[in-house]
Design a protein around this ligand. Structure first.
Ligand SMILES: [Zn+2]
Length: 162
């Protein structure tokens, strides 16, 4: 990156690697290593994330590893990770689209069976596949969303915290 998109200054950008909040509106409390270009002229920051597909695989795996019952934001992330619309999800799980919204808004809990089914879909339909039914955790609801931190080494994403 050579030019600041905000003020148009040339050569004013300083590149640093910083761990910053990611998908802030998702409710997931993610912190992800990002490339930050800070403009010395206007102070604007331009953030970049490398290998987003790889990052999202690792985020999905982190969600799946947590033994707590899936929370609304996690359900929404996994559903989108599968490439499903809300209507797809409703169709596959034999519920109404409004039930899907209630799950994702946290207004209604996904049943234990629904939770297991969603985890199975993610593990079977996606390459992460680290989840096995015989390892199925005892799914208790945990009120607090954990903070999950991810870092990248030359484009390869790993978890920096659990
Ligand atoms: Zn600028």
């Amino acid at each position: 990156m050579k030019m600041c998109y905000d003020c148009g200054a040339q050569g004013s950008l300083e590149k640093t690697i910083q761990t910053r909040p990611y998908l802030e509106n998702s409710g997931l409390r993610l912190e992800v290593e990002q490339t930050v270009f800070t403009c010395a002229n206007c102070g604007a920051e331009h953030l970049g994330v490398t290998n987003i597909e790889g990052l999202h695989d690792v985020i999905a795996a982190a969600i799946m590893d947590n033994p707590s019952r899936l929370r609304g934001p996690e359900i929404r992330f996994l559903r989108k990770h599968l490439g499903w619309s809300g209507e797809d999800f409703a169709k596959y799980f034999k519920v109404s689209p409004s039930t899907v919204s209630r799950w994702e808004n946290g207004k209604q809990d996904l049943s234990k069976q629904g939770d297991l089914l969603l985890r199975m879909c993610v593990s079977q339909l996606d390459p992460i596949a680290s989840y096995h039914l015989h390892d199925a955790p005892d799914l208790e609801k945990d009120a607090d969303m954990p903070t999950r931190v991810f870092k990248s080494t030359r484009g390869r994403w790993t978890r920096a915290s659990f």
